[in-house]
Ligand binder design. Structure first.
Ligand code: MN
Length: 198
């Protein structure tokens, strides 16, 4: 696991995102249950960032359409650089002109459960369960053949279980942050107002 790419892409004198540091071995042992977070990120193109805690970092995928509870939907998930665990609590605005500039909210978060996720990821198929505030149940991430996609492209698919839903779109019915309650459009204005008051 390395956060080199993450740090290279960002100027921490300009963005309020956390600088990438790996946790100490002690801290890792204290937390046997892994976490996940899904950011909604209004960058040049709106997308959702799925981040799963694996071996002290957040493995990350950009999902243009966001997650779906319908097992018939296959959502493209483009693997991006590992992010530091601290990134899981980031919400706010990345300045214009900086890497990923735009508003970010914590769209969902909770527990991430998987059997030896590192090994499964290497094999290109990760089966996992989420216990979050919006999402729950089992999902699968499937890596597409590199020849066809040219990138680290995966598919995110809901497994058929009691949490699966064939109708509706959870990204539309529940657009707010699970932390602040604000939408991705509202978040920058609100934070700016708070700063002015302080
Ligand atoms: Mn993003």
């Amino acid at each position: 696991m390395s956060l080199r790419k993450y740090n290279q892409k960002r100027d921490f004198t300009k963005t309020s995102e956390p600088a990438g540091k790996l946790p100490s071995a002690k801290k890792k042992k204290k937390e046997p249950i892994a976490s996940y977070v899904i950011h909604k990120h209004a960058a040049t193109r709106l997308h959702y960032d799925l981040r799963l805690e694996v071996d002290g970092v957040l493995k990350s995928w950009a999902v243009p359409k966001g997650p779906s509870l319908n097992p018939a939907d296959k959502r493209l998930a483009v693997e991006v650089e590992d992010h530091p665990l601290d990134y899981g609590s980031f919400e706010g605005t990345i300045p214009k002109g900086e890497y990923g500039g735009g508003n970010v909210i914590i769209w969902d978060r909770g527990k991430f459960l998987a059997d030896d996720p590192q090994k499964q990821l290497q094999k290109g198929k990760l089966e996992f369960a989420l216990q979050g505030e919006k999402l729950a149940g089992t999902f699968v991430l499937l890596r597409l053949p590199q020849k066809e996609s040219g990138k680290n492209n995966w598919l995110l698919i809901k497994s058929p279980d009691t949490y699966a839903k064939k109708t509706g779109d959870i990204t539309k019915s529940k657009p707010q942050s699970v932390v602040s309650g604000y939408t991705v459009e509202e978040i920058s204005e609100v934070k700016t107002m708070k700063r002015r008051k302080a």
